[in-house]
Structures are given as structure tokens and as C-alpha cells.
Design a protein around this ligand. Structure first.
Ligand SMILES: [Zn+2]
Length: 58
């Protein structure tokens, strides 16, 4: 689809820290959900991505 694995933006997404809650869009949310899935309730990045994804998919 619109994924471009080599883009600098995507690299920033995959290296995002658990405490960083910035989500730029649905593609970003998908990456964060993949990278931070399983981190548990202390992972704010995952929670932020989850909120973004559910707000878009309605
Ligand atoms: Zn995390």
C-alpha cells in the first residue's frame, strides 16, 4: 500500500520510545502497535497508537 520501509520517517517510528506518545497517522499507529505490542500497560506509545487506530477505524 503506502508503506515505504526505507523512509527516514518510518525509521523514526520504529525507534520510538515507550514514553513517546506522538502518533502522526494510521500508518504510524500500525508500526507502533507492532513494535510495542507486548510491552504491557506501562507502554504509553502502544496506548497512544491504540487510541489513534480505534478513532480512525470507525
Ligand atoms: Zn513500548
Amino acid at each position: 500500500m503506502s508503506a515505504s520501509p526505507t523512509s527516514p520517517e518510518r525509521h523514526a517510528w520504529t525507534s520510538q520510545q515507550c514514553g513517546d506518545t506522538w502518533i502522526t497517522g494510521l500508518d504510524h499507529a500500525r508500526v507502533v502497535l507492532t513494535v510495542h505490542g507486548g510491552h504491557g500497560p506501562g507502554c504509553n506509545a502502544y496506548l497512544a497508537a491504540l487510541g489513534r487506530a480505534s478513532s480512525v477505524c470507525q
